[in-house]
Design a binder for this molecule. Structure first.
Ligand SMILES: Nc1ncnc2c1ncn2[C@@H]1O[C@H](COP(=O)(O)OP(=O)(O)OP(=O)(O)O)[C@@H](O)[C@H]1O
Ligand SMILES: [Mg+2]
Length: 329
């Protein structure tokens, strides 16, 4: 029989944790909880003492509420909480910054005609807008001095073109400045010790199907490493086996009537609600099983519980972050 593994070199064999990466793109189908999970991950970073940036890629402006902050995010980075900074993407501002940094061309005010020309080029050449967006994030990873950047990224289809844009352009343009500009982005994106994607889903048929296809597209069409799949809004088990037997006999027999007398009103709506929750959880479990089978242990699958409180507050983000930390181990 094999002996116990020796301590020597044990550290080398530890898998890289999600939060060991510097740059995390959180994506998934619309409405599954990308912003909620991105906020919880960012808070975990802050709690671990990391200088953390959270970036809203689609400008939906829903991040501040997860930190009970009233101030909107903008392209100019500002501190949301001690240790946590935030920004939202603005392609025109990213273009202005790009031209200033890389072409050494100072701008004052709006871009005006150049922005119009850019719009024209961006519509004609797919990938230009995506390069600016993902380029700004990669630039912050490379030069911003951040320990952790959590990107609340675009939904399924679009994120693949964003993450894949540097590679697509790199393959298209063989020489010159454009190639140099995409090379360093690719270096950041393809470094699996530094960058990763987190796919969020929910225990429902369509989100699970979409997440399975997103997982394979991230793997096949981008250079970014998939580091975790988060199943969000997972209903907890309502009853233990023994409790379920009591519940069943309550539903079947006359127990509900005597209980109603004690309670001073009908309790069958409560029983129906509990039955509904049990049914939803069972159906969810089937979808999660399917997801687990498809992933086949190729990436950690972690569960985040359905929260009965308003998830858009700092307090709830703390609770979800703790639940996520427990799952991530
Ligand atoms: N674990 C949870 N428990 C309960 N409600 C949740 C949970 N996670 C998210 N929600 C709620 O689900 C809704 C969608 O969440 P969220 O905004 O994070 O999704 P999203 O994927 O970012 O959506 P969008 O695609 O519109 O950006 C919100 O109302 C949020 O408060
Ligand atoms: Mg969102």
């Amino acid at each position: 029989m094999d002996s116990e593994p020796s301590d020597a070199g044990a550290e080398r064999h530890l898998p890289l944790g999600v939060l060991d990466r510097q740059l995390l793109f959180v994506t998934g189908k619309g409405g599954v909880g990308k912003t909620t999970v991105a906020s919880a991950l960012a808070l975990l970073g802050v709690e671990a003492g990391k200088r953390t940036l959270i970036c809203d890629l689609d400008g939906t402006d829903e991040i501040p509420s997860h930190f009970s902050s009233l101030r909107q995010l903008s392209f100019a980075i500002h501190e949301v909480l001690p240790g946590l900074w935030g920004m939202s993407m603005d392609t025109e501002a990213a273009l202005r910054e790009y031209v200033r940094i890389f072409l050494h061309f100072p701008f004052s005010g709006r871009l005006g005609p150049l922005a119009k020309a850019f719009d024209f080029v961006a519509s004609a050449a797919p990938g230009v807008r995506e390069i600016l967006t993902v380029g700004k994030v990669c630039w912050e990873a490379k030069e911003g001095g951040w320990d952790l950047i959590v990107v609340d990224a675009s939904a399924s289809g679009h994120v693949v073109s964003q993450l894949g844009a540097p590679e697509a352009i790199n393959n298209l343009v063989k020489v010159g400045m454009v190639r140099e500009q995409t090379r360093w982005m690719l270096d950041v994106l393809s470094d699996s010790s530094r960058t990763g994607a987190v796919v969020v889903t929910t225990p429902e048929e369509m989100p699970v199907q979409e997440s399975i296809s997103l997982v394979s597209r991230i793997r096949n069409e981008t250079a970014v490493d998939l580091v975790a799949v988060v199943a969000n809004r997972v209903l907890p088990e309502l009853f233990s086996k023994g409790e379920e037997a009591v519940f069943d006999s309550l539903c079947a027999g006359s127990g509900a009537d005597s209980l109603a007398q004690h309670a001073g009103g009908r309790i069958d709506p409560m029983l129906a609600a509990a039955r509904l929750a049990i049914g939803l959880r069972r159906r969810g479990a089937v979808h999660l099983e399917h997801l687990r089978d498809e992933l086949a242990n190729s990436v950690p699958l972690v569960y985040l519980p359905w929260s009965h409180r308003d998830p858009e507050s700092l307090e709830e983000t703390r609770d979800l972050a703790a639940a996520l930390a427990a799952e991530l181990g």
